[in-house]
Design a protein around this ligand. Structure first.
Ligand code: NG1
Ligand code: ZN
Length: 558
């Protein structure tokens, strides 16, 4: 009844009246945890309705990723294991922000009823996960309370899991033959650990005695990824006995001074280009290290350079370069003539990819290189168009998508193909999470690729040398930002205001003209989708040129 609903909503009231509006951005709802209680409750309701309607499993992940500890957020996972379908975003947003919750719910029910292609299933399951934030437990309780209201068949609380673990588990729950299978993270470790072990066993045998395990130092950003390194290691040891990888965990969140994402984690390392806390420059010089973010859906590699904070970074762009190199080599091994020509292999980047990475990928044979709008959903969708689609944001979010049937069709017509080489490629591609970027899966894939290519960290870093680049942001009010219209496909230019774009073009051309032949420069402006800032990206052949262009353009925007 309305009275019961009213009571349920009053149990999860907005923090203030009226509450600050919450947009569902590329990262779901995200804000200071103090204003999120009612949003969590309503997301639980929404997730349950979607689960009931589709008679499938839907996921809800409580996390604010790389944000500061006092923030939190929620991302919903669709039955496919992917992000919430775009057409549902405004419907959910309207409900979460409705002044009158009961009325909002009525409108929501009407809209869900009107959705095409959804049956009145009546079953459905909501699977909930959370990161390690202090506020997460209370917010998860609100999600479950909401889901309970809508008569969903079951609610499974996975506790502390990474975002990609939740995506994967939802996908597995809805896969054919999933009935009766236990729902938990063991299926995740078995899948990814198993794929890695299979790949490793297909490499040429190591000389005996077996080499010492290869050491990797993992910065877990004091987040949820820290809890998953030991089980992953155990799984590898059990299947490969002994494990070829030795994973050393740092920033695991167990020390009293450890703060989530504070001076550590993938976002900090990539944006600040500084060593995370706890990594000693002198002691660890030349060692292979990596950083995850707070919910372990991003990963970057680095190696301390010796002096103070200096490091050599292998970011998302370089991971894409490594994976493409490995995949190319594997394809060529299967069929020397075709080298993968018969397959559609593509790599998807954003305008923030360093120009040197794009040039490197461009010269790989039979690899299509595309640039799409910022935001993981755009990259994921574009990568789905290929038989093998690699995608990465420079910040370390990415994966490799594969159409298994197409791969099989291609290989089946190769005469006298190398069976073992084919199995190796299939095993390698099996290491990637098909639903979202995944720090743990990407860690395994990176270690596998380096081993296969017989590359050291230094070899990998030297695949290409980044062009000097500068990223700046200028705070501007939303109404001003709304006037900036980036190119709808690639965001490398502004279609409006034309005068601003013309002044960018002029500044870039004059820098190039000053230096003459062989000098390159590029700059673009776009409004951020997650903050009230305008972002400026500049790159040039020389650091001095990049600085000058950046200063000049910054002055034009401010
Ligand atoms: P915006 O704020 O729209 O530039 C940022 C990141 C994206 C992505 C989203 C979602 C940069 C330049 N942009 O988008 O890559 O991670 O946040 O969290 O890093
Ligand atoms: Zn994240």
């Amino acid at each position: 009844s309305d009275a019961d609903l009213q009571a349920a909503f009053s149990g999860h009231p907005p923090s203030s009246s009226p509450p600050p509006p919450l947009p569902y951005g590329t990262a779901g709802f995200r804000a200071n945890s103090a204003v999120l209680l009612h949003a969590m409750h309503r997301c639980g309701i929404f997730a349950a309705l979607r689960a009931v309607k589709t008679n499938q499993t839907v996921g809800a992940m409580v996390t604010a990723s790389h944000n500061v500890e006092p923030d939190n957020g929620i991302k919903l996972v669709d039955p496919t294991g992917g992000m919430l379908e775009q057409s549902m975003e405004p419907i959910l947003t309207e409900f979460v922000n409705a002044d009158d919750a009961v009325q909002g719910l009525r409108r929501l029910l009407e809209k869900i009823e009107a959705q095409p292609g959804v049956a009145n299933g009546g079953g459905g399951r909501v699977v909930v996960g959370q990161d390690t934030r202090q506020s997460s437990e209370r917010l998860v309780k609100a999600v479950k309370d909401g889901a309970q209201l809508m008569g969903v068949e079951s609610i499974v609380d996975l506790g502390e899991v990474t975002t990609p673990q939740l995506h994967f588990i939802v996908q597995q729950c809805n896969a054919a033959g999933a009935e009766g299978r236990r729902i938990g993270e063991s299926v995740y470790f078995e899948h990814f650990g198993g794929a890695f072990a299979r790949f490793w066993s297909l490499l040429p045998p190591s000389p005996s005695p077996a080499p010492a395990p290869s050491s990797l130092y993992v910065d877990a950003a004091n987040g949820v990824g820290a809890l998953k390194i030991a089980p992953l290691g155990e799984h590898l040891s059990a299947t490969l006995s002994p494990s070829p990888l030795s994973l050393s965990l740092l920033n695991d969140g167990t020390q009293p001074t450890d703060q989530l994402n504070e001076e550590c984690g993938a976002e900090y390392v990539q944006k600040m280009q500084r060593l995370p806390r706890g990594f000693d420059a002198a002691e660890m010089v030349g060692k292979r290290c990596c950083s995850m973010d707070g919910d372990a859906d991003r990963l970057v590699y680095f190696s301390p350079g010796g002096e103070s904070d200096h490091l050599i970074l292998c970011d998302g762009d370089k991971m894409a370069a490594l994976y493409c190199t490995a995949i190319q080599r594997m394809l060529a091994e299967i069929d020397l003539q075709d080298k993968g020509k018969g397959l559609r292999v593509g790599v998807v980047q954003t305008a923030y990819a360093n120009g040197a990475s794009t040039a490197f990928l461009d010269q790989l044979p039979h690899v299509d290189v595309r640039c799409v709008k910022t935001g993981v959903k755009h990259l994921h969708r574009a990568a789905e168009e290929y038989d093998v689609g690699v995608y990465f944001e420079a910040n370390g979010h990415g994966t490799v998508l594969v159409k298994r049937e197409r791969l099989g069709e291609w290989a089946s017509v190769v005469e006298g193909r190398d069976e073992r080489a084919y199995e190796r490629l299939v095993a390698f591609l099996g290491i990637f999470n098909q639903t979202t970027g995944d720090a743990l899966a990407d860690l395994l894939a990176t270690e596998a690729a380096l081993k296969y290519l017989n590359m050291s960290f230094a070899d990998w870093a030297a695949l290409y040398t980044e062009l000097p680049c500068r990223q700046t942001k200028v705070a501007l009010p939303r109404w001003v930002l709304n006037r900036l219209q980036p190119h709808p496909e690639h965001e490398k230019t502004l279609t409006q205001p034309t005068e601003l774009q013309a002044s960018v073009d002029t500044a870039v051309s004059s820098l190039i003209a000053q230096h003459g032949d062989g000098y390159s420069a590029r700059a673009f402006i776009r409004p951020s989708g997650t903050e009230d800032v305008c972002r400026l990206y500049v790159e040039a052949t020389t650091a001095e040129g990049a600085d000058r262009l950046s200063d000049e353009l910054k002055a034009k925007i401010s």
